[in-house]
Write a protein that binds this ligand. Structure first.
Ligand SMILES: [Zn+2]
Length: 175
């Protein structure tokens, strides 16, 4: 069985981990619980904005002839962390970690940041993490009326601050 959530995403992809031993545990949990039941644990807003972002990075200057970029999920639903039971959006089905193939995560974050205010679909995202050394993008759909940007600078710094920060980081990265 491969129960789909949208055109390019299936339930299975939300039950995974970057760590092989954990990946196995989530696979087994999915098989035992059943995809239909597991589907209820995934917030349906994720695939709406992920499809939207996927389309964006397959068009214009990002388009590659004869090939499609995909979004690869590295972590979706998670068991509650006993040490931090209320910290993560993942056990609520509201957090997801992912990458766009061939695109720097910083570039994706910049796109979200620059377009969030005028893009109703991107506005489904209410939390982003941007900590040093992150090689993936964490987005969540937490209950919030604004976009929370979690980093070492705190969650309340203005979006303008992050735009400048990310642009600088990208410039450094490209040189
Ligand atoms: Zn995450």
């Amino acid at each position: 069985m491969n129960l789909k959530l949208s055109q390019h995403f299936s339930v299975k992809e939300f039950f995974t981990s970057p760590y092989p031993e954990k990946k196995k545990i989530y696979r087994e949990f999915l098989e035992k619980t059943g995809e239909k039941k597991c589907k209820q644990n995934i917030d349906n807003r994720h695939t709406i904005y992920l499809e939207h972002i996927r389309t964006y990075f397959n068009e214009g200057k990002y388009k590659i002839e004869g090939k499609e970029r995909s979004i690869i999920l590295t972590s979706g639903w998670r068991f509650i962390d006993a040490k931090n039971p209320f910290k993560s959006q993942h056990p609520l089905g509201r957090g997801v970690d992912w990458v766009v193939s061939g695109i720097e995560p910083l570039e994706v974050k910049l796109y979200i940041l620059e377009n969030w205010r005028q893009d109703k679909i991107l506005q489904l995202i209410r939390g982003i993490e941007d900590f040093d050394g992150m090689t993936w993008i964490h987005t969540d759909v937490r209950n919030s009326n604004r976009l929370y940007w979690f980093s070492k600078h705190g969650g309340t710094v203005s979006n303008e601050f992050y735009k400048t920060l990310i642009k600088n980081e990208l410039t450094t990265l490209r040189h």
